[in-house]
Design a protein around this ligand. Structure first.
Ligand code: SF4
Length: 348
């Protein structure tokens, strides 16, 4: 452990200030904090709660139903990151739709799906575009590439999300946010400064043990004053201006829209959809998709978990009916999901 990490550890273990609830917005933070045993260092008056930063977890049930509709009713080939294949829809996950004839193929990037479209002109390839500011640029690049090449057999089913309005929807759920460094690497830090001006505190955190220790220590140090604060604890990657090239690409291809978050409902202007100029690559428009509303499993408390209202182990089916092998909700599927982290590391 380096000197900075030791100092941070001492600040954390000796904290005697007011009780604090700190929200790890990002699922990668949740898993890393468990993995390095950081929770065990925390004094009783500091609680870490999970937030809505796992892209698979916040994707609503209806989105899975839409993908299944495209596969079974329109004969499209669904391409997606692996995790999404196991997320339950209203009736079944995409994995279950395969048994009914759906073609579902995992890919590593949206450009892999574009390549699949190039190689298979007789197939209609749809890529499931989910994720935050970190992954949205790659979906935009795929749409841009397909448009440039005039591909007629490629489209996106979008459920991309942005964090700023989600923070507003989570107001009051935590005393401070551990902001996801990889998202801020794209957006910059202006949003965090704006939140501070509104009384919301937080720090941008990196992903190593030392970076996470430092970020938590900085929260505890600043919390003593009782004033709102913001500190960028990941300056080697996060610059105030973010990544202008990625921002420019997103602004060219997509525009903000209202969107549904699993468990949080519709958050105004918290989603991204393809602009009119890219309508030929928008699967909902291309296939005149009817409105499809999903019905979440009433036993699943993913919505409460994602808002820090309960811990995964408070869900009645956690670890019994719902396990990584047989997930009932999205938070148990994804590697970044809070329920999967609690299950894997035995969190309470
Ligand atoms: S344990 Fe399973 S059912 Fe319960 S909230 Fe988590 S994912 Fe949903």
């Amino acid at each position: 452990m380096n000197e900075q990490a030791k100092k941070a550890r001492d600040i954390i273990t000796s904290y005697k200030g007011r009780p604090l609830r700190i929200m790890e917005v990002c699922g990668t933070h949740t898993h890393e904090i468990f993995r390095i045993g950081l929770r065990k260092l925390l004094p009783d008056n500091v609680e870490l709660i999970s937030g809505p930063g796992c892209p698979v977890c916040v994707t609503p049930v209806g989105f899975i139903d839409e993908a299944i509709w495209l596969a079974l009713e329109k004969g499209c080939v669904i391409t997606t990151f692996g995790d999404l294949i196991r997320v339950p829809g209203t009736e079944m996950p995409l994995a279950g739709a395969r048994a009914k004839g759906a073609q579902v193929r995992p890919v590593y990037s949206p450009l892999d799906a574009v390549e699949m479209a190039r190689q298979n002109p007789d197939e209609q390839i749809v890529f499931l575009a989910v994720g935050f500011e970190t992954t949205t640029p790659s979906a935009c690049l795929a749409a841009e590439t397909a448009k440039k090449e005039g591909l007629k057999n490629f489209s996106l089913l979008t459920a991309n999300k942005t964090m700023p309005n989600a923070y507003a929807a989570l107001e009051g759920s935590a005393d401070a946010f551990l902001y996801p460094g990889h998202v801020n690497a794209i957006t910059g830090t202006a949003i965090c400064e704006e939140l501070k001006a509104k009384g919301v505190s937080g720090v941008v955190a990196g992903f190593t043990a030392s970076e996470l220790l430092t970020a938590l220590a900085v929260i505890l140090k600043n919390a003593e004053s009782g004033e709102p604060f913001f500190v960028n604890c990941y300056p080697r990657v996060v610059k105030p201006e973010g990544n202008p090239s990625a921002q420019k690409l997103i602004a060219k291809v997509m525009e903000p829209c209202d969107t549904e978050w699993r468990g949080l409902g519709v958050i105004p202007m918290s989603g991204m959809r393809l602009k009119t100029e890219y309508a030929d690559f928008d699967a909902r428009k291309k296939y005149s998709m009817p409105e499809i509303k999903g019905r979440p499993n009433p036993a699943c408390r993913c919505g409460d978990v994602l808002q820090g209202k309960c811990k995964p182990c408070d869900c009645k089916v956690f670890g019994k009916v719902c396990t990584p092998e047989h997930p009932v909700g999205a938070c148990m599927v994804s590697d970044e999901g809070a329920c999967a982290a609690y299950y894997q590391y035995g969190g309470v």
